[in-house]
Unconditional design. Sequence first.
Length: 240
Amino acid sequence: MTATQPAASETASILIVDDMEENLVALEAVLGSLGHVVRAHSGEEALKAMLRQEFAVVLIDVLMPGMNGFETAANIKGLDQTKDVPIILLTGAAVDPNYAYRGYTVGAADFLIKPFDPWLLRTKVNVFLDLFRKNRQLVDQSEQLKRLLTADGGRPTVTPSPPPPTCASTEPSYGKDTTDSAERPARGPDDADRLSEVVGQLAQAELLLRDANGPGGADLADRIVELEQAVGRLMAERET
């Protein structure tokens, strides 16, 4: 693995859709180093692929026989499982001036005209790959926080049986706390540190999402702020 490649756990998949094999080969050559590239030769094949696995972004040629690029994009956006996947539409130079407008109306995030600059295409695709990885990081951190909150709030308190009385315990204790320390709810010594670490991770993810300027980034950042506030309240309650 090179220094510029993401870790295997962060590798995102890219779906490229075109009825021309040579176009698929060219796209794969440009995008192959960014992530795992999956080919589809038709809109129908693309929909089946998207229902089988998760993709960070999909590139679709507009002019395809059968289900064209606009119809394919509309079907992708019409399914709950795939509606949030960003779509880049691709078409040749001799295009209808209304194609770009039609692309955006069906939910496409971008529209590129062939022949396109490989560097420009890689840059645009990489924006969506980065957003996908940040979203995945947010989901992982949310799950971590949920497990931490569940463990803290839902852990049953086990009260051990009191020790048998001894001679020393026969004397009554007035005004003294006779509760065995083992009976008191245990606080994990590392819980505060774990909560602080989660807060730091959430804050970092929030900044990354706001800097990404990608679709949905601000909404996800707002969700992170809510999680940070929830953790802050939990930490305050634990200190009291």
